[in-house]
Design a protein around this ligand. Structure first.
Ligand SMILES: Cc1cc2nc3c(=O)[nH]c(=O)nc-3n(C[C@H](O)[C@H](O)[C@H](O)COP(=O)(O)O)c2cc1C
Length: 222
């Protein structure tokens, strides 16, 4: 029998891109982090190294990233041009849906640039979780562990009415972020999660991204 409350949380979670300043209560945040700790990982290595940044430190970090905006320093590559076929189509659909929701025209390059820059003020979220990881081999296994951790974290937040958004864009400034947070060079930054109570009135939060039917991604063998 399906646990309906689980299904509801899973299917209602979505990315929010405008938050209220209201902080998440410390006790609630600890519960969420305890939940996320139950994430499975390769050989139970539990390789997540999570830094939660709020308040003045978050402002300092945002400023440092914006200052370094022309000098990205990612630990891992990210390039839209690597997407092809249906993947590239989905990526374009996602961009189109986003800009249409906020009323930014295709040819409005300045408007688009401004919208992209909102990533670096964390969409005004009161908290940001930085997901660091140790480096093992080609890092694929450890990155999958971090991805799993992130989904546990997002769902646990969603179950408590707290909104979130995972952000690879911010991780493009890994060196700057390590410097501000005093994190050692051997910890690599995969992505971050901004979170807090969503501003339900914001147009950008009306976005609902669809999903393709399962036969586009699942093959049954008997
Ligand atoms: C690892 C990861 C990184 C992401 N990075 C960004 C980002 O930097 N900026 C952004 O606006 N959205 C980012 N997203 C959000 C995706 O665009 C979003 O998850 C996708 O469009 C599906 O929408 P949904 O989360 O509302 O279901 C990211 C999502 C994931 C899982």
């Amino acid at each position: 029998m399906v646990n309906h409350s689980f299904q509801e949380v899973l299917r209602s979670r979505r990315s929010f891109r405008q938050f209220l300043p209201t902080p998440v209560e410390k006790k609630v945040l600890h519960e969420v982090l305890e939940d996320a700790q139950y994430t499975p990982s390769n050989c139970n290595t539990q390789p997540w190294d999570v830094h939660i940044v709020s308040g003045a430190k978050k402002e300092e970090l945002s400023k440092a990233i914006l200052q370094a905006i022309e000098k990205p320093s990612p630990d891992f590559t990210f390039d839209f041009d690597h997407y092809y076929g249906r993947y590239a189509e989905r990526q374009k659909e996602q961009g189109k849906t986003h800009y249409e929701a906020v009323g930014i025209a295709r040819e409005d390059h300045e408007g688009r640039q401004k919208e992209i820059l909102r990533n670096f003020t964390f969409f005004d979220a009161p908290h940001v979780a930085f997901l660091f990881m140790p480096s093992f081999g080609d890092n694929v296994r450890v990155a999958s562990d971090i991805g799993m951790y992130a989904q546990s974290f997002l769902l646990s937040l969603a179950a408590r009415g707290i909104g979130s958004i995972p952000q690879t864009s911010v991780a493009m400034y890994a060196d700057t972020i390590r410097q501000v947070l005093g994190v050692s060079d051997d910890m690599k930054l995969l992505f971050v999660v901004s979170f807090g109570y969503p501003d339900k009135e914001a147009k950008v939060n009306s976005i609902r991204m669809g999903r393709d039917p399962i036969d586009s991604s699942v093959t049954f063998h008997e």
